[in-house]
Design a protein around this ligand. Sequence first.
Ligand code: NAP
Length: 264
Amino acid sequence: MKLLEGKTALIFGIANDHSIAWGIAQAMHEHGARLAFSYASQILERRVRPLAEKVNAVFIELCDVSQDEDIAAMFARAADELGTIDILVHSIAFANREELTSPFYETSREGFRIAMDISVYSLVALARAALPLMTKGGSILTLSYYGGQKVMPNYNVMGIAKAALETATRYLAADLGPHDIRVNAISAGPIRTLSSAGISGFKRMYRQFAAITPLQRNITINDIGGAAVWLTSDLARAVTGEVLFVDAGFNILGFPALREQIQL
Ligand code: NAP
């Protein structure tokens, strides 16, 4: 059974075939959605175009979400080539590397601003731009991390950004509910991607994750894709403003069961 037959999705945040947004795009394609992608810089086009071809994306367009004119151009093209859209996927975050390696109290004013602009304000800007194209209602999905709720080593300003992103999800859900537009977040467990490679100590944490979680496994981009399909499909039509954990149960633990095989 295809859950997204007849739906059109605009996907932001594919950098390569390890990106969470790519896992989501593949799952949405398998479920019958028509897709279009943005890419963040000219350098990425070379990697994103072949992926777009694999899932028959209608178009790919450059969109740096810190630039209002890029966002306007992206949605003008979507209006021209797609008409209306049903799904918007926001899988974007950025912080300067030094903010993810130093103590949190050393966060610079400019580093804080950049992280909040690209990782949080962009959701607000994209939701506003999508509104005129979501004429039949719609579903907006963003990606969060548990570091927005609890302290994670070196996640620092991104933790503040994810807390703000989850709150923005709720405010947008309240604003857009009367338009029958749902806004939700998936809080993903750790996955090895370009972004996570910038977090100091991530690899070590990733290696120990499977031994700690209730499901005894790591998370894949396909796991996120499956949850994203459900959340943006009509099966989840009464779900909005939520943060859905897709983390093998890690977030329910107060303290992990210490098993012999955990090497600290
Ligand atoms: P990723 O493949 O590096 O994706 C992040 C995307 O954000 C990239 O395509 C990146 O493009 C884009 N981006 C950064 N600045 C941008 C800008 N100014 N304009 C447009 N796009 C921009 O890493 P990912 O892990 O899949 O991350 C996707 C989302 O999942 C992020 O919100 C991340 O915080 C979240 N998440 C990740 C994990 C994890 O463990 N990986 C866990 C939970 C949540 P560039 O490469 O050009 O910068």
